[in-house]
Design a protein around this ligand. Sequence first.
Ligand SMILES: NC(=O)c1ccc[n+]([C@@H]2O[C@H](COP(=O)([O-])OP(=O)(O)OC[C@H]3O[C@@H](n4cnc5c(N)ncnc54)[C@H](O)[C@@H]3O)[C@@H](O)[C@H]2O)c1
Length: 370
Amino acid sequence: MTKLKFALIGCGRISANHIKALIDNYQDAELVSVCDILKNRAELKADEYLIKAQERNIPIVKPNVYSDYREMLQKEDVNVCVVSTESGYHAEISFYCLNSKKHVLVEKPMAMSILDADKMIQIAQKNNLKLAVCHQNRFNPPIQKLRQAIDDGRFSRIFAGTARILWNRNREYYDKAKWRGTWKLDGGCLINQCTHNIDLLQWIIDSEIDSVYGQTGNYLHPYIQTEDYGSIIIKFKNGAIGNVEGTVCVYPKNLEETLTILGEKGTVVIGGLALNKILVWDFEDKIDSLEEIQQKYNTEIPNVYGNGHSPLYRNFIDSIRNNSSPLIDGYEGKKSLSIILMAYKSQKCSKAISYDKDLNISSEYFEGML
Ligand SMILES: NC(=O)c1ccc[n+]([C@@H]2O[C@H](COP(=O)([O-])OP(=O)(O)OC[C@H]3O[C@@H](n4cnc5c(N)ncnc54)[C@H](O)[C@@H]3O)[C@@H](O)[C@H]2O)c1
């Protein structure tokens, strides 16, 4: 079977994970072109792909380099575009790629508004293309094991879950990339730092959203536009309550990132650098012990980005090959975005926002929500 031809748009920090994922999946995927408006970054990325493949004796051809993705798509024969630019550009670039009949894998958040997310989904559907969002932590072995426990009914009834992201991001972090902490290109800590854990909370609780109440504020980062602390209560239609506490204000350094799930017959806490370690695993059925489950599923990761991009690419490639839905398709990617936008709206309206009754977030963007 011929390999799928990939193009990478945006060659910044996270692009190293995309390069690794492409190499890990080299039997089915090849990177044919890379693009960054800063052309030297694209050049470096093309070299990185070549060098990393050579280190593993994988035969590849160096990708072509571009600074304009429109020109790239006119000149190159590409099946899949990976969009890993600043968040505020995801939608417009994805529209162009999807309208050019390319499958799209987009970094999180998929867009900055529900209107744009819906438009991405619609264009993909109209053109019979796959759209997937990089919530790679869903593929972490502890998270996969937790999801299996849910599917096996081991918790009996889940009544609550909590996503806690208690991190520190200082001025140096924001100074390194001027787009961070802006409404237009990034959003606040909820969308940047907390979106993966919010995605997992709703995926594990596995229910439609009933309503959302949120409060956010900027306490310690006067030089950014957005919130640096957010608290959200989500009521799910299955009756469970979801809690989110997310911040980049913790003194003096990162404290924890955890996902806690409370059920009638089970309690699980997953933590580690990026939800890669099982901390508590306690079920009434006693099928497995904490020690054996930790030994089997806890993983080491190099940084907070984790190892999930490679299995996410595998899943995306399979979805294209088999014409099935990727695990995190556009509808799935939209869920964490909806929760966060509903929290902002809740704060603005001083009430819980009902998903069905008084939610009309289609036209609302992050900008100016605080
Ligand atoms: N999945 C994850 O865990 C994870 C982790 C970090 C970042 N991200 C997301 O990835 C995205 C990128 O983050 P980053 O830290 O790599 O940012 P970055 O600033 O390091 O890189 C973004 C790159 O995109 C380039 N770019 C901007 N406009 C472009 C265009 N029109 N065409 C081509 N290139 C363009 C910029 O020049 C820059 O090199 C963000 O949306 C962020 O939220 C995801």
